[in-house]
Structure formats: C-alpha cells, structure tokens
Design a binder for this molecule. Sequence first.
Ligand code: AHR
Length: 323
Amino acid sequence: MKKLLRTAPLIIALMVLCTSMVFAGGQKEEPGDKTLTIGFSQIGAESAWRSAETDSIRSEAAKRGINLKFSDAQQKQENQIKALRSFIAQKVDGIILAPVVETGWEPVLKEVKAAGIPVVLVDRGIKVSDDSLYTTLIASDFVFEGQEAAKWLAKKLNEKANIVELQGTPGSAPAIDRKKGFEEIIAKYPDMKIIKSQSGDFTRAKGKEVMEAFLKAEGKNIHAVYAHNDDMALGAIQAIEEYGLNPGKDVILISIDGVRGAFEAMIEGKLNCSVECNPLLGPLAFDAIARSIVGEKLPKWIKQNDQVFPQEVAAEVLPKRKY
Ligand code: AHR
C-alpha cells in the first residue's frame, strides 16, 4: 500500500503527459508526419455565410493538424494579392483562395505557380486565360441559384411582379451569376420586371440602406425583393418594417445562402424563401490541396448541390442546419 502511495504521483504525471501528446492541437500527431503549412486568403467577414466558411476551414485545419496562415482581406483584392505574395515568401505548401472579384488574378497566380504552390479556389470563381493557374474551384453554381430564385418567385406571384434586386459585391462571381440566372428566367415572363437594382455589398447594413432608398422611390409599387444573400434580405426586412409594411406579406422576399438567420426569419413569416449555398467547404478544400500536392489532376470545378427552402419547411429544417 505504501509503495502504491509513493508511485501514484508518478503514474498520474505520465498519464497527463501522454494525454497532452496525443491531443496536442486536438489532433493525434503521427511521428514522422510533416506538418503542412497552408495559406488561406479570405475575403472578410461581411455575412453569416462568410463566417461559416471561415469556421469550416479553420476547424478542419485544426482537426488535421495543419498549420493555417489566415489572412482577412477586408473586402479588398489588393490585400488578397499581398497575402498571396506573403504566402510565397513563407514557402507554404498550398494556398486556399476565396477571391473577392473575378478578374485581375493572372499576374499574382503566375508568381504562385512559378513557386510550385498549388492553389485551390473556394466559393467564388475567377476569369483567367490559363486555367492551370489554379488546381480546382470548390463552389456552388450561382447561375443555378439565381434561376431557382426566379422560378420560385414567378410561381409565388403568378408570373406578375415589380421586383427590386439587392446585388452582391460588384465584380464578384456570385453577384454576376446570380443576376444572370435570375434574369434568364424572368425574361420568360413579360409581367415580371426588375424595377430597381443596386449593390448592397452582401451586408445587412447596406441591404437595409439600399432598401430604404428603393422604398422612398417606389413605395408600395414594390411587390418583391430578390436579394443575392440572406444578410441583405434581413437588412431589407428591417427597412420594410420601418417603412410601415409587412415583410413576407405586403412585400415577398427571396434570398440566397440558407443561413440560420434566414430560417428564423422564415419561421417568423418575414422571409418567404431562401436558396441554399453551401459554405462548409473546409474538408473538401484540404482534400483537394492534399491531392494536388501528390500530383493528382482534379476536375476544374467541384460543384456543390444546393436546395431551395420555402418558408413552409423552415421550422422542420432549422434544427438540422449546420450553419
Ligand atoms: O461567395 C458567396 C457569397 O459571399 C455568399 O452568398 C455571401 O453571403 C457571401 O458573402
């Protein structure tokens, strides 16, 4: 018994040491494994969707024991270009890039390619003449999202509506493609018209501000709001309420993303529909980086499949939502 009492502190110390070795960084370290260093250039934190994407990439990096260099560009392409150059200087093993706009990437991506670093694009596409400048794009089909939004709205309003559009960030892939997809469908219905369209920069505050201006100019002439993301729709809801109308009833609202806030607004009857856009891209992004590091050729677009959620299903679906 005396011997046991004497050795007990030593046994406890060994147990603590082993546990901390196994769970260092939340990840079991395999001896001999090289820790990968990956640079992630994120656009910013403009929306709940964006924060969900950041969390997905950060938590997946932690799970895999990856050393993640995170850079927030505060919505500026120049900051993203600086971040990519700094990742080259730091000799990272791979880069994940969420590009704020579609154009202007060729020069810096040529530098990254010359350094032999694979680039995986997440959520937004780019326009480059040489598609070997990136490995793959992991993203939703924004044209499809715009088309689905227009189809739902045409049905809801019997193919007749004055619509105001809150666009995303100018020059960004989702703003361009969601507009394109929506317009393609409403072109089939002569009585569905976009009477006002302006950027709300994907933020709630700007969505509210632009909606206030729309209401000032058009008032009750507005039948529907098409917002390129949920955050702007939530801002528009506030503006409509302050104007003295009932969002979801006097004015029909549809937006894109499928974040929890949108589901809550649908349950309250203030938002009518949200088209999903999956931000949980962390696991796919690191799989793609790992595959490209070993020289595997990947498809140029790893497309995400999204669904349409009308308000009728919101209460049932919300508990299962992961973002
Ligand atoms: O690129 C995806 C878009 O960017 C999301 O729809 C929006 O919420 C975000 O900020």
